[in-house]
Write a protein that binds this ligand. Structure first.
Ligand code: APR
Ligand code: PHB
Length: 389
Protein backbone atom coordinates (compact mmCIF):
# COMPACT_ATOMS: atom_id res chain seq x y z
CA UNK A 1 0.00 0.00 0.00
CA UNK A 2 1.12 3.55 -0.64
CA UNK A 3 -0.07 6.90 0.67
CA UNK A 4 1.20 10.46 0.92
CA UNK A 5 1.23 10.84 4.70
CA UNK A 6 1.24 7.87 7.09
CA UNK A 7 -0.14 8.91 10.45
CA UNK A 8 0.78 6.81 13.48
CA UNK A 9 -1.92 7.16 16.16
CA UNK A 10 -5.63 7.92 15.86
CA UNK A 11 -5.99 10.25 18.84
CA UNK A 12 -7.00 13.90 18.42
CA UNK A 13 -3.65 14.89 16.83
CA UNK A 14 -3.66 12.18 14.18
CA UNK A 15 -7.35 12.59 13.38
CA UNK A 16 -7.24 16.38 13.02
CA UNK A 17 -4.10 16.23 10.88
CA UNK A 18 -5.70 13.61 8.63
CA UNK A 19 -8.88 15.66 8.39
CA UNK A 20 -7.06 18.86 7.35
CA UNK A 21 -4.78 17.07 4.88
CA UNK A 22 -7.61 15.17 3.19
CA UNK A 23 -9.60 18.36 2.82
CA UNK A 24 -6.60 19.75 0.95
CA UNK A 25 -6.54 16.72 -1.33
CA UNK A 26 -3.68 14.86 0.38
CA UNK A 27 -4.09 11.14 1.01
CA UNK A 28 -3.42 9.71 4.47
CA UNK A 29 -3.56 6.39 6.26
CA UNK A 30 -3.99 6.34 10.05
CA UNK A 31 -2.52 3.37 11.94
CA UNK A 32 -4.04 3.10 15.43
CA UNK A 33 -3.10 0.50 18.02
CA UNK A 34 -6.39 0.50 19.93
CA UNK A 35 -10.00 0.05 18.96
CA UNK A 36 -12.16 3.08 18.26
CA UNK A 37 -14.14 2.38 21.44
CA UNK A 38 -10.93 2.37 23.44
CA UNK A 39 -9.83 5.72 22.00
CA UNK A 40 -13.27 7.22 22.67
CA UNK A 41 -13.50 5.93 26.22
CA UNK A 42 -10.51 7.92 27.46
CA UNK A 43 -11.71 10.87 29.51
CA UNK A 44 -9.34 13.78 29.00
CA UNK A 45 -9.48 17.54 29.37
CA UNK A 46 -12.32 19.72 28.20
CA UNK A 47 -11.15 23.24 27.40
CA UNK A 48 -10.52 24.48 23.86
CA UNK A 49 -8.60 27.66 23.17
CA UNK A 50 -10.29 29.84 20.56
CA UNK A 51 -7.56 28.95 18.06
CA UNK A 52 -8.51 25.29 18.54
CA UNK A 53 -12.19 26.16 18.10
CA UNK A 54 -11.35 27.86 14.82
CA UNK A 55 -9.30 24.89 13.65
CA UNK A 56 -12.24 22.56 14.33
CA UNK A 57 -14.43 24.81 12.20
CA UNK A 58 -11.83 25.06 9.44
CA UNK A 59 -11.58 21.27 9.44
CA UNK A 60 -15.35 21.07 8.91
CA UNK A 61 -16.02 19.52 12.32
CA UNK A 62 -17.27 22.55 14.25
CA UNK A 63 -21.05 22.11 14.00
CA UNK A 64 -21.72 19.99 17.10
CA UNK A 65 -19.10 21.90 19.11
CA UNK A 66 -20.83 25.18 18.22
CA UNK A 67 -24.23 23.74 19.11
CA UNK A 68 -23.35 21.86 22.29
CA UNK A 69 -20.13 23.44 23.60
CA UNK A 70 -20.15 26.19 26.21
CA UNK A 71 -18.14 29.36 25.58
CA UNK A 72 -16.62 30.57 28.86
CA UNK A 73 -15.61 34.20 29.26
CA UNK A 74 -13.50 33.71 32.36
CA UNK A 75 -12.39 31.52 35.24
CA UNK A 76 -11.78 31.72 38.99
CA UNK A 77 -8.44 31.18 40.71
CA UNK A 78 -8.87 30.88 44.46
CA UNK A 79 -6.89 30.41 47.65
CA UNK A 80 -9.11 29.40 50.56
CA UNK A 81 -11.74 32.15 50.46
CA UNK A 82 -9.81 34.60 48.29
CA UNK A 83 -11.48 34.33 44.87
CA UNK A 84 -9.84 36.02 41.91
CA UNK A 85 -11.90 36.33 38.77
CA UNK A 86 -9.96 36.28 35.51
CA UNK A 87 -12.18 37.88 32.89
CA UNK A 88 -10.70 36.51 29.65
CA UNK A 89 -13.04 38.42 27.40
CA UNK A 90 -12.49 41.82 29.01
CA UNK A 91 -8.73 41.30 29.34
CA UNK A 92 -7.96 39.75 25.94
CA UNK A 93 -11.10 39.95 23.79
CA UNK A 94 -11.08 36.15 23.63
CA UNK A 95 -12.86 33.31 25.37
CA UNK A 96 -12.46 29.52 25.59
CA UNK A 97 -14.89 26.70 24.79
CA UNK A 98 -15.90 23.93 27.20
CA UNK A 99 -16.14 20.86 24.96
CA UNK A 100 -14.72 17.49 25.99
CA UNK A 101 -11.83 15.88 24.18
CA UNK A 102 -13.97 12.76 23.85
CA UNK A 103 -16.49 14.78 21.84
CA UNK A 104 -13.72 16.30 19.71
CA UNK A 105 -12.42 12.82 18.93
CA UNK A 106 -15.88 11.49 18.15
CA UNK A 107 -16.61 14.37 15.75
CA UNK A 108 -13.30 13.80 13.99
CA UNK A 109 -13.93 10.05 13.56
CA UNK A 110 -17.34 10.79 12.13
CA UNK A 111 -15.95 13.33 9.66
CA UNK A 112 -13.19 10.93 8.61
CA UNK A 113 -15.78 8.20 8.01
CA UNK A 114 -17.84 10.60 5.90
CA UNK A 115 -14.77 11.36 3.76
CA UNK A 116 -13.93 7.68 3.50
CA UNK A 117 -10.35 8.00 4.76
CA UNK A 118 -8.42 4.91 5.80
CA UNK A 119 -8.08 4.26 9.54
CA UNK A 120 -6.63 0.89 10.45
CA UNK A 121 -7.27 -0.16 14.05
CA UNK A 122 -5.54 -2.88 16.04
CA UNK A 123 -2.09 -2.44 14.49
CA UNK A 124 0.87 -3.96 16.36
CA UNK A 125 4.66 -3.79 16.12
CA UNK A 126 4.80 -0.59 14.12
CA UNK A 127 8.26 0.06 12.62
CA UNK A 128 9.07 3.35 10.89
CA UNK A 129 11.75 2.89 8.21
CA UNK A 130 13.74 4.62 5.46
CA UNK A 131 13.38 8.09 6.94
CA UNK A 132 16.44 9.39 5.12
CA UNK A 133 15.62 7.89 1.71
CA UNK A 134 13.46 9.17 -1.15
CA UNK A 135 10.42 7.40 0.31
CA UNK A 136 9.60 6.37 3.89
CA UNK A 137 7.93 3.13 4.93
CA UNK A 138 5.92 1.89 7.88
CA UNK A 139 5.66 -1.80 8.67
CA UNK A 140 2.99 -3.15 11.02
CA UNK A 141 1.08 -6.26 11.91
CA UNK A 142 -2.69 -6.42 11.75
CA UNK A 143 -4.81 -9.56 12.09
CA UNK A 144 -1.60 -11.60 12.34
CA UNK A 145 -0.32 -10.38 8.96
CA UNK A 146 2.76 -8.21 8.42
CA UNK A 147 2.07 -5.21 6.13
CA UNK A 148 4.11 -2.47 4.53
CA UNK A 149 2.94 1.07 3.81
CA UNK A 150 5.13 3.42 1.78
CA UNK A 151 4.70 7.18 1.96
CA UNK A 152 6.30 10.58 1.45
CA UNK A 153 6.08 11.54 5.14
CA UNK A 154 5.27 10.00 8.50
CA UNK A 155 3.43 11.94 11.22
CA UNK A 156 4.14 10.56 14.70
CA UNK A 157 0.85 11.25 16.52
CA UNK A 158 1.08 8.22 18.80
CA UNK A 159 1.19 9.86 22.20
CA UNK A 160 3.76 9.70 24.98
CA UNK A 161 4.15 5.89 24.88
CA UNK A 162 4.24 5.58 21.08
CA UNK A 163 7.02 4.33 18.80
CA UNK A 164 7.58 7.49 16.77
CA UNK A 165 9.71 9.44 19.22
CA UNK A 166 11.81 6.37 19.98
CA UNK A 167 12.49 5.94 16.24
CA UNK A 168 14.74 9.01 16.43
CA UNK A 169 18.17 7.71 17.53
CA UNK A 170 18.67 8.35 21.23
CA UNK A 171 21.86 10.32 20.72
CA UNK A 172 20.05 12.62 18.27
CA UNK A 173 17.27 13.71 20.61
CA UNK A 174 17.20 15.51 23.90
CA UNK A 175 14.53 15.17 26.57
CA UNK A 176 13.61 17.87 29.08
CA UNK A 177 11.53 16.63 31.96
CA UNK A 178 10.01 17.63 35.28
CA UNK A 179 8.00 15.07 37.21
CA UNK A 180 5.77 16.52 39.93
CA UNK A 181 5.41 14.62 43.22
CA UNK A 182 1.61 14.32 43.04
CA UNK A 183 -1.25 13.36 40.74
CA UNK A 184 -4.82 14.45 40.04
CA UNK A 185 -7.70 12.25 41.03
CA UNK A 186 -10.57 13.07 38.67
CA UNK A 187 -14.20 12.10 38.80
CA UNK A 188 -17.12 12.50 36.40
CA UNK A 189 -20.52 12.87 38.03
CA UNK A 190 -23.99 13.59 36.68
CA UNK A 191 -24.57 16.64 38.85
CA UNK A 192 -24.96 20.36 38.07
CA UNK A 193 -21.69 22.38 38.11
CA UNK A 194 -20.88 24.05 41.43
CA UNK A 195 -20.09 27.29 39.56
CA UNK A 196 -20.86 28.77 36.14
CA UNK A 197 -17.11 29.06 35.40
CA UNK A 198 -14.19 26.78 36.30
CA UNK A 199 -12.59 27.16 39.73
CA UNK A 200 -8.86 26.47 40.11
CA UNK A 201 -8.59 26.21 43.89
CA UNK A 202 -5.48 26.37 46.00
CA UNK A 203 -5.99 25.47 49.67
CA UNK A 204 -4.05 24.40 52.76
CA UNK A 205 -5.17 20.84 51.94
CA UNK A 206 -3.91 20.96 48.35
CA UNK A 207 -5.31 21.79 44.93
CA UNK A 208 -8.79 21.15 43.55
CA UNK A 209 -10.35 21.96 40.18
CA UNK A 210 -14.05 22.32 39.48
CA UNK A 211 -14.64 21.79 35.76
CA UNK A 212 -17.65 20.65 33.78
CA UNK A 213 -18.87 19.10 30.56
CA UNK A 214 -22.50 20.35 30.52
CA UNK A 215 -25.39 21.50 32.75
CA UNK A 216 -25.59 18.12 34.38
CA UNK A 217 -22.13 16.61 34.07
CA UNK A 218 -19.14 17.75 36.09
CA UNK A 219 -15.45 16.91 36.01
CA UNK A 220 -13.84 17.60 39.39
CA UNK A 221 -10.29 16.92 40.53
CA UNK A 222 -8.24 16.89 43.73
CA UNK A 223 -4.46 16.76 44.06
CA UNK A 224 -3.42 13.42 45.62
CA UNK A 225 -0.11 11.78 46.60
CA UNK A 226 1.36 9.57 43.86
CA UNK A 227 1.09 6.57 46.17
CA UNK A 228 -2.74 6.81 46.25
CA UNK A 229 -4.92 4.54 44.13
CA UNK A 230 -8.57 5.03 43.13
CA UNK A 231 -9.48 2.32 45.68
CA UNK A 232 -8.29 4.71 48.40
CA UNK A 233 -10.92 7.20 47.29
CA UNK A 234 -14.54 6.35 47.94
CA UNK A 235 -17.01 8.87 46.51
CA UNK A 236 -17.69 10.04 50.05
CA UNK A 237 -14.05 10.73 50.72
CA UNK A 238 -13.72 12.54 47.39
CA UNK A 239 -16.67 14.86 48.05
CA UNK A 240 -15.48 15.68 51.57
CA UNK A 241 -11.99 16.52 50.36
CA UNK A 242 -13.13 18.45 47.29
CA UNK A 243 -15.56 20.45 49.35
CA UNK A 244 -12.97 21.60 51.87
CA UNK A 245 -10.55 22.70 49.13
CA UNK A 246 -12.90 24.99 47.19
CA UNK A 247 -14.04 28.33 48.66
CA UNK A 248 -16.73 27.97 51.34
CA UNK A 249 -19.20 30.02 49.29
CA UNK A 250 -18.90 27.49 46.46
CA UNK A 251 -18.89 24.48 48.78
CA UNK A 252 -22.22 25.66 50.18
CA UNK A 253 -23.74 25.19 46.68
CA UNK A 254 -22.06 21.85 45.96
CA UNK A 255 -24.37 19.09 44.75
CA UNK A 256 -22.83 15.64 45.19
CA UNK A 257 -23.76 12.36 43.54
CA UNK A 258 -22.27 9.03 42.50
CA UNK A 259 -19.13 9.16 40.35
CA UNK A 260 -19.43 7.54 36.93
CA UNK A 261 -15.68 7.55 36.28
CA UNK A 262 -12.70 7.91 38.58
CA UNK A 263 -9.02 7.91 37.64
CA UNK A 264 -5.65 9.21 38.78
CA UNK A 265 -3.18 10.89 36.43
CA UNK A 266 0.39 11.81 37.41
CA UNK A 267 1.62 15.30 36.52
CA UNK A 268 4.59 15.73 34.23
CA UNK A 269 6.25 18.33 32.03
CA UNK A 270 8.17 16.78 29.12
CA UNK A 271 9.61 17.94 25.81
CA UNK A 272 11.64 15.95 23.31
CA UNK A 273 13.66 17.86 20.71
CA UNK A 274 13.84 17.94 17.72
CA UNK A 275 10.36 17.30 16.32
CA UNK A 276 11.69 16.27 12.92
CA UNK A 277 13.86 13.38 11.89
CA UNK A 278 14.16 13.11 8.11
CA UNK A 279 10.68 12.24 6.84
CA UNK A 280 9.24 11.85 10.35
CA UNK A 281 7.48 14.63 12.30
CA UNK A 282 6.39 14.38 15.93
CA UNK A 283 3.05 15.90 16.92
CA UNK A 284 1.19 16.32 20.23
CA UNK A 285 1.79 14.02 23.18
CA UNK A 286 4.39 12.06 21.16
CA UNK A 287 6.68 15.07 21.59
CA UNK A 288 5.50 16.80 24.75
CA UNK A 289 3.43 16.48 27.89
CA UNK A 290 2.16 19.31 30.08
CA UNK A 291 0.61 19.05 33.53
CA UNK A 292 -3.15 19.67 33.13
CA UNK A 293 -3.19 22.81 35.29
CA UNK A 294 -3.27 25.21 32.33
CA UNK A 295 -5.54 23.07 30.09
CA UNK A 296 -2.86 23.10 27.39
CA UNK A 297 -2.41 19.41 26.38
CA UNK A 298 -4.96 19.15 23.61
CA UNK A 299 -4.51 22.76 22.52
CA UNK A 300 -0.77 22.33 22.12
CA UNK A 301 -1.37 19.22 20.03
CA UNK A 302 -3.67 21.29 17.82
CA UNK A 303 -1.13 24.06 17.30
CA UNK A 304 1.45 21.45 16.24
CA UNK A 305 -1.13 20.15 13.75
CA UNK A 306 -1.71 23.69 12.54
CA UNK A 307 1.97 24.22 11.70
CA UNK A 308 2.50 20.73 10.29
CA UNK A 309 -0.56 20.58 8.04
CA UNK A 310 0.40 23.84 6.38
CA UNK A 311 4.00 22.70 5.97
CA UNK A 312 2.98 19.33 4.49
CA UNK A 313 0.52 20.93 2.09
CA UNK A 314 3.25 23.29 0.83
CA UNK A 315 5.68 20.42 0.42
CA UNK A 316 3.30 18.00 -1.26
CA UNK A 317 1.30 20.43 -3.38
CA UNK A 318 3.92 23.00 -4.31
CA UNK A 319 7.22 21.27 -3.72
CA UNK A 320 8.09 23.97 -1.18
CA UNK A 321 9.93 22.34 1.74
CA UNK A 322 10.68 25.49 3.71
CA UNK A 323 7.72 24.83 6.05
CA UNK A 324 8.76 21.30 6.92
CA UNK A 325 12.33 22.50 7.41
CA UNK A 326 11.11 25.06 9.94
CA UNK A 327 8.37 22.94 11.60
CA UNK A 328 10.41 21.78 14.58
CA UNK A 329 11.75 25.22 15.42
CA UNK A 330 8.44 27.06 14.93
CA UNK A 331 6.34 24.53 16.87
CA UNK A 332 8.88 24.32 19.71
CA UNK A 333 8.81 28.08 20.24
CA UNK A 334 5.12 27.91 21.10
CA UNK A 335 5.47 24.61 22.96
CA UNK A 336 8.02 26.08 25.38
CA UNK A 337 5.78 29.05 26.16
CA UNK A 338 2.88 26.72 26.97
CA UNK A 339 5.30 24.57 29.03
CA UNK A 340 6.22 27.63 31.05
CA UNK A 341 2.60 28.61 31.64
CA UNK A 342 1.55 25.09 32.66
CA UNK A 343 4.52 24.82 35.02
CA UNK A 344 3.80 28.24 36.53
CA UNK A 345 0.10 27.42 37.08
CA UNK A 346 1.11 24.11 38.64
CA UNK A 347 3.61 25.74 41.01
CA UNK A 348 1.14 28.49 41.90
CA UNK A 349 -1.67 26.12 42.84
CA UNK A 350 -0.24 22.92 44.38
CA UNK A 351 1.04 22.00 47.80
CA UNK A 352 4.33 20.11 47.64
CA UNK A 353 4.88 17.43 50.29
CA UNK A 354 7.59 18.46 52.74
CA UNK A 355 7.67 22.05 51.48
CA UNK A 356 8.75 24.82 53.84
CA UNK A 357 6.34 27.43 55.16
CA UNK A 358 7.74 29.97 52.69
CA UNK A 359 6.22 28.14 49.70
CA UNK A 360 2.59 28.57 50.79
CA UNK A 361 3.22 32.28 51.39
CA UNK A 362 4.59 32.64 47.85
CA UNK A 363 1.44 31.04 46.44
CA UNK A 364 -0.77 33.29 48.55
CA UNK A 365 1.18 36.38 47.53
CA UNK A 366 0.90 35.42 43.86
CA UNK A 367 -2.87 35.18 44.29
CA UNK A 368 -3.02 38.47 46.21
CA UNK A 369 -1.07 40.13 43.40
CA UNK A 370 -3.43 38.65 40.80
CA UNK A 371 -6.37 40.00 42.78
CA UNK A 372 -4.95 43.52 42.75
CA UNK A 373 -3.17 43.80 39.42
CA UNK A 374 -5.01 43.89 36.13
CA UNK A 375 -1.63 43.51 34.41
CA UNK A 376 -1.04 40.21 36.22
CA UNK A 377 -4.54 39.00 35.38
CA UNK A 378 -4.11 39.94 31.72
CA UNK A 379 -0.85 38.01 31.57
CA UNK A 380 -2.59 34.90 32.91
CA UNK A 381 -5.61 35.40 30.64
CA UNK A 382 -3.44 35.86 27.54
CA UNK A 383 -1.73 32.54 28.17
CA UNK A 384 -4.90 30.70 29.17
CA UNK A 385 -6.91 31.66 26.08
CA UNK A 386 -3.90 30.65 24.00
CA UNK A 387 -0.92 32.43 22.48
CA UNK A 388 -1.27 33.15 18.76
CA UNK A 389 -0.17 30.63 16.15
N1 APR B 1 1.05 2.33 17.11
C1 APR B 1 -0.15 2.88 16.75
N2 APR B 1 -0.85 3.69 17.54
C2 APR B 1 -0.33 3.98 18.74
C3 APR B 1 0.91 3.47 19.18
C4 APR B 1 1.61 2.60 18.29
N3 APR B 1 2.78 2.07 18.65
N4 APR B 1 1.17 3.94 20.41
C5 APR B 1 0.13 4.72 20.74
N5 APR B 1 -0.78 4.76 19.75
C6 APR B 1 -2.05 5.48 19.72
C7 APR B 1 -2.80 5.46 21.03
O1 APR B 1 -3.61 4.30 21.16
C8 APR B 1 -3.63 6.74 20.96
O2 APR B 1 -4.91 6.53 20.43
O3 APR B 1 -1.79 6.85 19.49
C9 APR B 1 -2.84 7.64 20.01
C10 APR B 1 -2.26 8.85 20.71
O4 APR B 1 -3.30 9.66 21.20
P1 APR B 1 -3.12 10.65 22.46
O5 APR B 1 -2.32 9.96 23.50
O6 APR B 1 -4.47 11.12 22.80
O7 APR B 1 -2.21 11.82 21.90
P2 APR B 1 -2.57 13.04 20.93
O8 APR B 1 -3.42 12.60 19.79
O9 APR B 1 -1.28 13.73 20.65
O10 APR B 1 -3.52 13.94 21.80
C11 APR B 1 -3.13 15.06 22.47
O11 APR B 1 -3.88 16.25 24.43
O12 APR B 1 -5.35 16.53 26.18
C12 APR B 1 -4.11 16.06 25.82
O13 APR B 1 -2.91 14.18 26.56
C13 APR B 1 -4.11 14.60 26.05
O14 APR B 1 -4.44 12.85 24.49
C14 APR B 1 -4.37 14.15 24.63
C15 APR B 1 -3.40 15.01 23.93
C1 PHB C 1 -11.23 19.22 32.50
O1 PHB C 1 -12.36 19.70 32.30
O2 PHB C 1 -11.06 17.98 32.52
C2 PHB C 1 -10.10 20.15 32.72
C3 PHB C 1 -10.31 21.51 32.64
C4 PHB C 1 -9.26 22.37 32.87
C5 PHB C 1 -8.01 21.89 33.18
C6 PHB C 1 -7.78 20.52 33.24
C7 PHB C 1 -8.84 19.64 33.02
O3 PHB C 1 -6.99 22.76 33.42
Amino acid sequence: MNTQVAIIGGGPSGLLLSQLLNRAGIATVILERGTRDHVLSRIRAGILEWGSVEMMREAGVGARMDAEGFPHDGTYITDADLMVHIDFLALTGKRVMVYGQTEVTQDLYQAQDAMGTTIIHGVEDVRILDLDGPQAAVEYTVGGERKRLTCAYVAGCDGFHGVSRKTIPEEKRQAFERVYPFGWLGILSRTPPVNDELIYANSPHGFALASMRNENLVRYYVQVPLSDTVEDWSDERFWAEFSRRIPASAAARLVTGPSIEKSIAPLRSFVSEPLRWGRLFLVGDAAHIVPPTGAKGLNLAFSDVFYLHQALISALKRGDESGIDRYSEVALRRIWKAMRFSWQMTMMLHRFDGEDNFAAQMRRATLAHLAESETARRDLAENYVGLPF
